[in-house]
Design a protein around this ligand. Structure first.
Ligand code: IPM
Ligand code: MG
Length: 345
């Protein structure tokens, strides 16, 4: 019996998590679901964003479905206060989820919802492969009265494995990798570039590889998004570029993600958007990125490719039929969006 852990988290999290679970249960009637508090909700209940109990449950599951964490209630600059995001970062690290896959594929039905002109985004189908457990996110942090620092550190092995993820993904797509770095300034980027090129030459010479400096990549992403296939980059650059890429689809409310590790351990599936505290509780949150994350869970977590494709196509067809949540310029609420997707399953 497949077992998943759900982490609804904060803000709109619980509102979009529940219908995603209902949809998953349509595909997997005997799905065992264990829910745990996470992020700010866990800070309120237990004083920490990720308890040992929750972590142990996640480790023992086939997959973890996470909605969103954070909110103004827990925002603080006090380095000693618990923060909701620590739960997310701690979970990624503890489960060894170094590869974050963020597909960006605007649907024809949404071309006019993007702030970019239709001619520019037409045909875009890219995958951001973001390194997720290294770099400046996890390096040593210091703080004194008059200075602060964050260390950006990458081992060769960390770059090798994410490079392999990207090249392998490219082989199943349009066979092109854009490696994004800041090699004109950063030593970590010079190492990144060397390692990516070595793995390319030794193991994936059949895949096309280009280097793009991160500032230029930010520009190219809006200037010629359809030229990209796989973009591989380090943790912080990937965080920034994936939010930027999300707008190509019209709304960050459309972007799912999968975070995967090496071994047989569970993957983590979550929408790229946050907890949207401003609209929490009003029933208007767009659940589609959450549903598409559930589809990635079916594909990568439970090896149910056909079911994943069926769910993705139900989302496509619901949008084709006119479904629009407020972030896409419409007025459909979460429940209406859920019904529309269910009707197309
Ligand atoms: C993301 C988020 C997180 C990140 C935050 C919430 C810590 O922005 O998943 O992109 O920076 O990784
Ligand atoms: Mg982010």
């Amino acid at each position: 019996m497949p077992r998943i852990v759900t982490l609804p988290g904060d803000g709109i999290g619980p509102e979009i998590c529940a219908p995603a679970v209902a949809i998953l249960q349509r595909f997997v009637p005997d799905l065992e679901v264990e829910e745990h508090v996470f992020g700010g909700a866990s800070i309120d209940a237990h004083g920490t964003a990720l308890t040992d109990d929750t972590l142990a449950a996640c480790r023992g599951a086939d997959a973890v479905l996470l909605a969103a964490v954070g909110g103004p209630k827990w925002d603080t600059t006090d380095p000693d206060a618990p923060r909701p995001e620590q739960g997310l970062l701690g979970l990624r690290k503890a489960l060894g989820l170094y590869a974050n896959l963020r597909p960006v594929r605007p649907l024809p039905a949404l071309y006019d919802a993007s702030p970019l002109r239709r001619e520019r985004i037409e045909g875009t189908d890219l995958l951001v492969v973001r390194e997720l457990t290294g770099g400046i996110y996890f390096g040593e942090k210091t703080r004194t009265a008059d200075s602060a620092s964050d260390l950006c550190l990458y081992t060769v092995a960390e770059v090798e494995r994410i490079a392999r993820t990207a090249f392998l993904a490219a082989r199943g797509r349009r066979n092109k990798v854009s490696s994004v770095d800041k090699a004109n300034v950063l030593e970590t980027s010079r190492q990144w570039r060397e390692v990516v090129h070595r793995i390319h030459a030794q193991e994936f010479p059949d895949v096309e590889l280009e280097d793009v400096l991160v500032d230029n990549a930010a520009m190219q992403l809006v200037a010629r998004p359809s030229d990209f296939d796989v973009i591989v980059t380090e943790n912080l650059f990937g965080d920034i570029l994936s939010d930027e890429a999300a707008m190509i689809t019209g709304s960050i409310g459309m972007l799912p993600s999968a975070s995967l590790g090496d071994d047989a351990g569970p993957g983590l599936f979550e929408p790229v958007h946050g907890s949207a505290p401003d609209i929490a509780g009003t029933g208007v949150a767009n659940p589609l990125a959450m549903f598409l994350s559930a589809a990635m869970l079916l594909r990568h977590g439970l090896a149910m490719d056909n079911e994943a494709a069926a769910l993705e196509s139900a989302v496509d067809r619901a949008l084709d039929a006119g479904l629009r949540t407020p972030d896409l310029g419409g007025s459909a609420g979460t429940a209406e969006a859920t019904d529309a997707v269910l009707a197309h399953l």
